[in-house]
Ligand binder design. Structure first.
Ligand code: 26V
Length: 818
């Protein structure tokens, strides 16, 4: 009797075809001859799943058996991107599947296009989580990713008259072949109500939470295959479902409509991803989402991952909950509640365990992005948790007094509760509870300690550390750039995909003229591929001879898309004013990709302006086609995988001290784009590694930014002092990009002139000067290619495998299992 999981079928073309047809017939219920592309895609995905299944089941069993220390990565976002190619690659099935599809008369590329990417994240933070689970699986680290199965991911962006219009992202309409629902493992999650204190005969006081309502959290599992190592980890995302009991009570009262309303209310919790990625809106539903998924995850871990006789005192040797920003921080009081109220542990013992079981990653420096929850809202939704937070704070502030004396100002500054309006500072709660607190790049971690949480750094020596971000080389080099991957493998052998520092070996090849030619051909081929994609997708024409200058990231003022735009307008103004000969301009195509939070008015105006400048510049015959601005809508992971490998120049131009790390910057460098960037986030480390000669640096440093602020920044002075800047801004203000209507972009112009929080005007002249150096450098194609190769060769550090190694060494202390 075979009790072990059914072994994977042999990976032969015949076997794959058989398995594929079986899935098509038996799972989709269609014949090949009458199947739609979606049926075929589904059957292909099922077939890939089948090959991974035995390993997955084994690994789940093994993680429970070994009871080794593992990571629970808690993240409200996972920006996964398409799964098919990733899973084919991990399982070494790409060739077999391709040939099998050929044998069935199917173009596998057409099936690839069927997959709607799961866009369950906003940007950097969500994509980082996706890279991390890939690395965790590839490095055999026992781990589970926990998150939310949003029914609607990040909105689909369209442009109407150049303005952003959002459409719901109904990614599940045709079904997802990658998910496994487990309704039998649902958790009940309670909300609202009140607390009651009771005292027993011994005079021991206990608190009970009498909740007002609850929902079911139903887990959906996703395979996370490691690359070529036979491991399959799990991503477990929670869906909110109304519980039957809850419905029935109302239903029995005869109010059917009310019962349905209650169902809708409950299911709203996992309905949609919040599209704001910097300014917290303080919405109750968002706090519901946060508590919903962390409470379900903690209960799931305790119920299903621990052996029956597990002694909770030993939890720190068994698990570390990594908090991806403050979004899951309500897990801290929840964990305390479970240990104290449900498992009967003493407060002090529970707190000691909690302080060893959590660690916190901060992803921002913008003060307005730090989450705070009004006490009245939190107390209404989670009354017991508010009490627990108060007690944590009380005891923490007592310790602070012991150490620093009754320094009331300091006490007020360090309190987890802030006043007016009374609210909970989630970053402080995470810092107090966490064994470690990390920033995401060297500069960011330093500023975090020195500027954002200095009192905490002093109070907790050794708690603060850095883990510089990374990206997965599987998706962002191997899959996105097969041409480059082939060239690297030819030069260095195949090991680089899991040992990215080996790219160093390419330094020698940078000096080889033949290799440079091949490398340049790959870049050119990637431009052609992108050109096809943009023609098909958006009807754009991409000139492959142009320098391809790319800025793709969320639209935010601190990232300074406006600075890029002022450069474009400056170039354009030079030509149309006749001061610059069009024929002397280095031909460039500027590609933008950016979504704005739907409520962020200034960001939306900037999107409008980019499109407006594009339509004027692109059609002006005086430009002779030498400047093109392309802004494909709905930038997402799938588009990133085509744009990044084709880019010559990577724009990383945030105001110094504002971009925590950036991860797009790493993807571009690894794909051979040169960076024009400020001394910000991980740009600093990229420049140190690739060398000043292979990086275009401009702009103020963070201390210079501070000094200018302190002195009093007046953007209008920069406007007055620089004629190029004046002409560019005047051209926008004149209505040249809005059919003569000066009012349309007036708010953008006056914001720059009289506010300019992110000092666009202060960095303008240095940016323009550096861009001139870019043009000159691009004139020597062979030298450019050499620098480009050196960027690839020297940025192996930015593999997310290295990030995970750093987390293990500095924070988790979880040995990989064999
Ligand atoms: C923040 C918020 C604020 C509350 C409302 C909802 C919401 C959703 C997402 C976020 C995340 C903002 C933080 C973030 O994405 N930070 C980025 O993290 C990247 C990975 O560490 C890093 O490379 C970027 O520099 C940083 O901006």
């Amino acid at each position: 009797l075979a009790l072990a999981p059914v072994a994977a079928p042999p990976a032969s073309v015949d076997g794959f075809v058989r398995e594929f047809l079986r899935n098509l017939n038996f799972e989709r219920g269609v014949a090949l001859s009458s199947s739609a592309p979606n049926d075929r895609y589904m059957a292909l995905a099922y077939t890939v799943r089948d090959y991974l299944m035995a390993r997955w089941l084994e690994d789940q069993a093994r993680q429970r058996e070994l009871q080794a220390k593992g990571v629970c990565y808690l993240s409200a976002e996972y920006l996964l991107g398409r799964q098919l190619d990733n899973n084919l690659l991990a399982a070494r099935l790409t060739e077999v599947a391709t040939e099998a599809m050929v044998a069935c008369g199917i173009d596998i590329d057409e099936l690839r296009q069927q997959e709607v990417e799961p866009g369950l994240g906003n940007g950097g933070l969500g994509r980082l989580a996706a890279c991390f689970i890939d690395s965790l699986a590839t490095m055999s680290v026992p781990s589970i990713g926990y998150g939310i199965r949003y029914e609607y991911g990040i909105f689909r962006q369209t442009f109407v008259d150049g303005q952003q219009v959002e459409q719901p992202d109904a990614w599940l309409t045709l079904g997802s072949p990658w998910e496994f629902p487990h309704p039998e493992a649902a958790q009940k999650i309670f909300f609202g109500g009140h607390t009651e204190k009771t005292t027993d005969e011994q005079g021991v006081e206990t608190t009970t939470w009498v909740p007002g309502w609850h929902v079911l959290a139903v887990p959906y599992n996703y395979m996370v295959p490691g690359y070529h190592n036979g491991r399959v980890n799990t991503l477990r995302l929670w869906r909110a479902v109304a519980s039957n009991a809850f419905d029935l009570r109302i239903f029995n009262s005869g109010d059917y409509e009310e019962a349905v309303r209650a169902q809708t209310f409950a299911e709203n919790i996992s309905k949609v991803l919040y599209p704001e990625d910097s300014t917290p809106q303080g919405k109750e539903l968002r706090l519901q989402q946060q508590y919903f998924f962390v409470a379900a995850s903690i209960a799931d871990f305790l119920d299903h991952q621990l052996s029956a006789d597990f002694d909770l005192e030993n939890l720190p040797e068994r698990v570390i909950f990594q908090l991806n920003d403050t979004h899951p921080v309500i897990a801290v009081p929840e964990f305390m509640r479970v240990l104290v109220d449900e498992r009967g542990m003493e407060w002090d013992a529970a707190w000691a365990i909690t302080q060893k079981c959590f660690a916190y990653t901060c992803h921002t420096l913008l003060p307005e992005a730090l989450e705070v929850w009004p006490v009245d809202l939190l107390g209404r939704l989670l009354p017991r948790h508010l009490e627990i937070i108060y007690r944590i704070n009380e005891e923490f502030l007592l310790e602070v007094r012991e150490r620093f004396g009754d320094d009331e100002l300091r006490i007020r500054n360090m309190s987890i509760i802030s006043e007016n309006p009374r609210s909970v500072r989630m970053a402080y709660l995470a810092t107090v509870a966490g064994a470690k607190v990390n920033g995401v790049a060297e500069l960011h971690s330093q500023l975090l300690r020195e500027k954002v949480l200095p009192d905490f750094d002093e109070f907790y020596p050794g708690k603060f550390t850095n883990v510089t971000n990374g990206v997965t080389p599987r998706r962002f080099v191997r899959l996105a750039n097969p041409g480059l991957a082939g060239l690297i493998t030819e030069a260095l052998g195949a090991g680089w995909t899991v040992d990215l520092e080996r790219l160093r070996g390419l330094e020698a090849f940078a000096e080889d003229p033949e290799f440079r030619v091949k490398f340049a051909e790959v870049k050119r081929a990637n431009k052609r591929i992108l050109s096809d994609v943009l023609r098909e997708r958006d009807g754009f024409v991409l000139n492959e001879d142009h320098l391809l200058d790319v800025m793709v990231k969320r639209l935010h003022e601190y990232k300074r898309q406006m600075l890029k735009l002022l450069h474009i307008v400056t170039e354009y103004e030079g030509i149309v004013s006749g001061r610059v000969e069009a024929s002397s301009v280095q031909p460039r195509t500027f590609i933008f990709g950016a979504k704005a939070a739907p409520g962020y008015a200034m960001a939306k105006r900037i999107i409008h302006l980019i499109n407006a400048v594009g339509s004027v510049v692109n059609d002006d015959p005086r430009v002779e086609g030498r400047l093109k601005v392309l802004f494909p809508p709905n930038y997402n992971v799938t588009l990133a995988e085509r744009v990044i490998p084709a880019a010559d120049l990577s724009e990383q131009i945030s105001l110094a001290g504002k971009e925590a790390s950036g991860t797009g910057n790493m993807k571009f460098a690894l794909n051979g784009a040169l960076t024009i960037g400020t001394d910000d986030g991980a740009n600093v480390e990229i420049r140190e590694l690739v060398g000043d000669d292979n990086f275009f640096l401009f702009g103020m440093t963070e201390p210079e930014v501070e000094a200018l602020w302190a002195k009093g920044y007046k953007p209008a002075e920069f406007y007055q002092a620089d004629s190029g800047l004046r002409r560019a801004i005047d051209l926008i203000a004149s209505g040249a990009f809005s059919d003569g209507d000066r009012s349309v972009f007036e708010p953008v112009v006056s914001n720059l002139l009289y506010d300019d929080r992110f000092m666009v005007l202060a960095d303008y002249s240095s940016y323009i000067a550096e861009q001139a150096k870019v043009d000159a450098a691009y004139g020597d194609q062979d030298a450019w290619t050499r620098a480009s190769i050196l960027n690839v060769a020297r940025t192996g550090f930015f593999s997310s495998d290295r990030s995970i190694r750093d987390y293990i060494d500095r924070i988790w202390h979880t040995p990989p299992i064999l």
